[in-house]
Design a protein around this ligand. Structure first.
Ligand SMILES: NC(=O)c1ccc[n+]([C@@H]2O[C@H](COP(=O)([O-])OP(=O)(O)OC[C@H]3O[C@@H](n4cnc5c(N)ncnc54)[C@H](OP(=O)(O)O)[C@@H]3O)[C@@H](O)[C@H]2O)c1
Length: 278
């Protein structure tokens, strides 16, 4: 799919919590066919430099070209970081964003980021002055052409609405944890649908573990000759979610990418939409 002229794959590979395995898992994921990589300059949960090593290795081996990749990373505020900061905490927020961004480019060994994401607002409700300062610095990076698209993560509908109303450059992606019990994050997704924002869903499996054993999902999986996890990812695509997988397992990578060759019928989709809320 094309977003503001940028080719975006339908499925992203997430790089959180992979620590020393990050480089080899990124090369493995690219080798299996993933073309979208999600990371963050947040050493607490991600090893962005190792993501860059993996990408560079694949490019240097001639197995992939930068133009075929969609690379997304994030700016994480101080409260989401540990002691390994990608910026000087005494700098202004706008300088922190710039320092973190430059460090991301260095880690990843690239000259521009496809999508630069605000990892999350400072508070659970509303947008604070700090959030606006950060967003404005992200807009400046966008203006400089070093980030092609902006996105935001871990937002409420109210925060997203406020960002869309008052930001100079609006987010084109939202990345949220997707709970089936909340209508698969229906509140945010419906706002995204109405506002040309693409919804990226994470923890589709881990936030919905109860569904992995659900008899109806098992029945659909059996009929489609697929695994329940594949049914969930396929369902996500069918309702307009761009799924993110965090698997460390080659078989699961292959299974995740195998969901483009089958479809669910309308009754399946309606049933899975409904199932989570019970
Ligand atoms: N913006 C944010 O704040 C935020 C927060 C969390 C995550 N994320 C992003 O989202 C990515 C994914 O996170 P996540 O929470 O969805 O995933 P995750 O926690 O990394 O893991 C998925 C889990 O499901 C298991 N699994 C079983 N079958 C699977 C299958 N067929 N395909 C994939 N996994 C399968 C995996 O095990 P195996 O490894 O054995 O397959 C793994 O334990 C992260 O890496 C990160 O990039 C962003």
């Amino acid at each position: 799919m094309l977003v503001d002229g940028v080719t975006v794959p339908h499925f992203l590979y997430g790089t959180a919590w992979k620590e020393n395995g990050t480089k080899s898992l990124v090369t493995l994921a690219l080798d299996q066919g993933f073309r979208g990589i999600d990371t963050a300059n947040q050493r607490k949960h991600y090893n962005e430099a190792a993501v860059g090593e993996g990408i560079r290795e694949m490019i240097n081996r001639g197995l992939i070209a930068r133009k075929d990749l969609f690379i997304q990373t994030k700016f994480t505020q101080l409260h989401g970081q540990d002691y390994r900061l990608p910026y000087d905490p005494h700098s202004s927020l706008s300088d922190q964003v710039e320092q973190s961004f430059v460090s991301s480019l260095e880690h990843l060994g690239i000259e521009f980021i496809d999508c630069y994401v605000l990892h999350g607002p400072s508070t659970r409700s509303g947008l604070e002055r700090d959030d606006w300062a950060i967003w404005s610095a992200m807009e400046n990076i966008y203006d400089s052409g070093r980030a092609l698209i902006l996105g935001v993560s871990n937002v409420t509908r109210e925060q997203l609405q406020s960002l869309c109303e008052d930001a100079r450059i609006r987010p084109r992606f939202v990345q949220n944890r997707c709970h089936a019990s909340q209508g698969w994050d229906y509140n945010i997704r419906s706002f995204c649908n109405a506002n040309e924002i693409i919804y990226q869903g994470f923890s589709l499996l881990t936030a919905n573990r109860n569904l992995l054993d659900h008899p109806e999902l098992k029945r659909i999986a059996h009929r489609c000759n697929m695994d329940v996890s594949q049914i969930i990812f396929r369902f996500a695509l069918d309702i307009g979610i761009m799924p993110i997988t965090g698997t460390s397992n080659i078989k699961h990578m292959q299974m995740d990418l195998d969901i483009f060759d089958f479809r669910l019928n309308v009754e399946d989709i309606e049933m899975i939409e409904e199932i989570g809320s019970h």
